[in-house]
Design a protein around this ligand. Structure first.
Ligand code: ADP
Ligand code: TRP
Length: 325
């Protein structure tokens, strides 16, 4: 995709507290696109229903994702930020697209296959998850969709269905490009595996000082003795430090690893201080935002109104094209 200003869209499921894997893998790149592009970012609460959360838990998580995104630098003056379910038009498009989708296309999707393989009886919502995601993207005529690698297949389904629709009904939908940053390494968790809510190895963006210090001090390392030189490239502590430190700071720590005589406890202490400092401004902004719950709702409502205007226009074209009134 060219670098000229495009319409960028992405969604995040409100499935738990955001961690620094989410931040460096998804939020930071998405936020950096705010300036040159028109961005639509939304909280995918319809998608979250496929896991049947407690109603209050769902509301709390939507709220918490909204607060965290705003604190991390989402600018509602530049970006259309909204709650998916505030634009129910997306459900009508899901139906229309669903009627063009072969069952086999959805049956092949990992989101569905993985659950069935694990013996979980999937609900129809989970089966239809990629159709809703395609509608999310096509309703806003997005050109580019920044996502993690795990979402690539859903983007292929979206492109496939947009092409089918256009072939059948005329050139109405925009065929989107996935924007997958291959170079974004997987952020490791405290146990060295990929950081993920499902593995219980996360460092939250906005954890408490005491809690996060404890988690960082417990990061799993190898058993190289204090006096021996250590390999920074094989160390998850170092990988985390690199995400947040300046080039000079990274070189200093690299030197300490290679020289020997440094215990991992020292590196953990440095990592904690770096982490705490890195998110300091966002943490302070978050405290301010939390004092004003009306502001958060206002941002989401304004975003929804702007999103709805685009959604209505697309849906009018689509309805006319397929023969609905
Ligand atoms: P989790 O694995 O904790 O459930 P999600 O699947 O909700 O996280 O991911 C939300 C977004 O954050 C996705 O775009 C995903 O690619 C990104 N992401 C999640 N974990 C990591 C990680 N450890 N490293 C890089 N990106 C990540
Ligand atoms: N399925 C995405 C995830 O789990 C969330 C999502 C829903 C999304 N709709 C989208 C992402 C549309 C990009 C575009 O991460």
């Amino acid at each position: 995709m060219s670098t000229a200003s495009k319409r960028i869209l992405s969604g995040v499921q409100p499935s738990g507290t955001l961690h620094i894997g989410n931040y460096f893998g998804m939020m930071k790149p998405a936020l950096e696109m705010q300036q040159p592009h028109t961005c639509f970012y939304f909280i995918a609460d319809y998608h979250a229903l496929t896991q049947i959360p407690e109603p209050q838990q769902l509301r709390d998580r939507v709220h918490s994702v909204a607060v965290d995104f705003l604190a991390c630098g989402l600018d509602p003056a530049k970006t259309v930020f909204f709650r998916q379910s505030d634009v129910p038009q997306v459900q009508e498009l899901t139906w229309i697209l669903g009627c063009l989708m072969p069952m086999g296309l959805l049956e092949r999707c990992h989101s569905f296959k993985d659950k069935t393989a694990r013996g979980i009886a999937p609900n129809v919502g989970l089966f239809n998850y990629p159709a809703l995601m395609a509608a999310d993207i096509l309703l806003y005529k997005a050109n580019g969709v920044p996502v993690g690698k795990d979402q690539k297949q859903h983007l292929e389904v979206t492109r496939d269905i947009a092409i089918r629709f256009n072939n059948q009904y005329g050139d109405i939908l925009t065929v989107p490009e996935p924007m997958i940053r291959e170079e974004v390494a997987v952020v490791p968790g405290t146990d060295g595996q990929k950081m993920s809510k499902s593995y219980g190895n996360t460092i939250e963006i906005f954890g408490t000082e005491k809690g996060m210090r404890k988690k960082i001090m417990r990061i799993v390392t190898d058993s190289t003795p204090v006096e021996s030189p250590k390999d920074p490239s094989a160390c998850n502590l170092f990988a985390l430090y690199k995400l947040m430190a300046t080039p000079e700071e990274i070189e200093t720590l690299r030197g300490m690893y290679l020289a020997g005589g440094m215990g991992y406890g020292t590196a953990k202490q440095m990592l904690f201080e770096k982490y705490w400092d890195y998110f300091r401004a966002a943490r302070e902004r978050r405290e301010e935002i939390l004092k004003n719950p009306d502001y958060i709702e206002q941002v989401l409502q304004d975003g929804a109104a702007r999103a709805r205007a685009v959604a209505d226009a697309t849906l009018r074209e689509v309805r006319r094209a397929v023969g609905l009134r």
